[in-house]
Design a protein around this ligand. Structure first.
Ligand code: ADP
Ligand code: MG
Length: 330
């Protein structure tokens, strides 16, 4: 790839966690019921995401790694409905292939092929499709991220920090998709695995463990005042089980995992003085809002969103969380 292409790829791919995000979204788009994320050295050495989704035949594999050939955006309505459509850019795999050694092995679910196939891309050089024995579904392996972009590789954080980001993204998708069995492995050790049985509380237990899960407090939708948000639901931590990281705040706007300053600030405010300086609350919040009242294009590569009426959103969320904490004597 040219220098310009590498820089462009670096915009899409910031760090191992951004690769994981794109690959997990692809697996979910592909109707997977199981998704396994396995990384080595925080993802800096290798990232493998495998699923049992619809898979790809040989032609689809070729297309998947080319630029701008798969975009699902057809018109301006699709753009505006951006939040509803996972993975709308059609360039993630291309960008990842430009800055790593990428191998995709896949076999379609629909029996159109009696075996699988694989394709390799090394620093942007696309190899030929080869036959491969594999189960139905797709496995994407990304090795040596940024091996050909030393300036980027240098900026990767310590393995533990990169893994913390990978963990946070994988956790977010696991929580947002209780009906999908999501597992995360680091260095061959399983970090968590959800059952995929469809229950949010069970999924919280799978991800955070029993002590935390049992102390989670449910938001009561009836306690939410009128405002820009049509609905708020989810679980918040009991103040006594608050943890020392703000990565545990998972917000979903219309079903999509996002970050939103208004939401984070509102939750923290609801806990008021009950937060020790190094103990953050954690929460899994699902909010529904008219898509025209939320800007998803603050930064096209990131997950940050902004609400038209941020103040109104803040008030609603603070009130809902406060009501839940009061009910549980938190
Ligand atoms: P986008 O998801 O925006 O279309 P990507 O580069 O992420 O762009 O993926 C390109 C295409 O490759 C997808 O549109 C999809 O057709 C195919 N694809 C990628 N990952 C998978 C997967 N895990 N299972 C099936 N198809 C996939
Ligand atoms: Mg995608």
């Amino acid at each position: 790839p040219t220098t310009v292409e590498r820089i462009a790829a670096g915009e899409v791919v910031e760090r191992p966690a951004s690769v994981v995000k794109e690959l997990v979204e692809n697996s979910l788009d592909a109707d997977a019921s199981r998704v396994r994320v396995a990384v080595e050295s925080g993802g800096t050495e290798s990232i493998r995401v495998s699923d049992d989704g619809i898979g790809m035949d040989e032609q689809a594999l070729e297309r998947a790694v080319r630029q701008h050939t798969t975009s699902k955006i057809r018109d301006i309505d699709d753009l505006e409905a951006g939040l509803a459509t996972l993975g709308f850019r059609g360039e993630a795999l291309h960008a990842i292939g430009a800055v790593s050694r990428l191998t995709i092995t896949s076999r379609p679910r629909d029996d159109s092929a009696d075996r699988g196939a694989k394709i390799t891309v090394e620093g942007g050089d696309v190899g030929t499709v080869q036959p491969a024995g594999c189960p139905v579904g797709t496995t994407v392996e990304v090795e040596d991220l940024f091996y050909n972009v030393p300036a980027r590789r240098k900026y990767l954080a310590q393995e533990a920090t990169e893994f913390a980001h990978v963990n946070s993204v994988t956790t977010a998708y696991a929580l947002a998709n209780p009906d999908v069995a999501v597992a995360l492995e680091h260095g061959g050790r399983e970090v968590f695995a959800t059952t995929g049985r469809g229950d949010l509380e069970e999924t919280v237990l799978d991800v955070y463990g029993r002590e935390v899960a049992e102390a989670m407090i449910e938001i009561d939708g009836a306690a939410v005042p009128e405002g820009p948000l049509e609905d708020i639901s989810g679980l918040v931590s009991h103040p006594e089980t608050n943890r020392a990281s703000r990565e545990y705040l998972s917000t979903y706007v219309n079903g999509r995992f996002v970050t939103a300053d208004a939401v984070r600030e509102a939750v923290i405010e609801a806990y008021g003085g009950q937060i020790a300086s190094d103990r953050y609350p954690f929460a899994v919040l699902f909010v529904e809002v008219d898509p025209s009242l939320v800007d998803v294009n603050v930064h096209p590569r990131k997950m940050e969103v902004r609400f038209a009426d941020a103040e109104g959103v803040r008030e609603q969320i603070t009130a809902a969380v406060e009501a839940a904490l009061r009910r549980e004597g938190g």
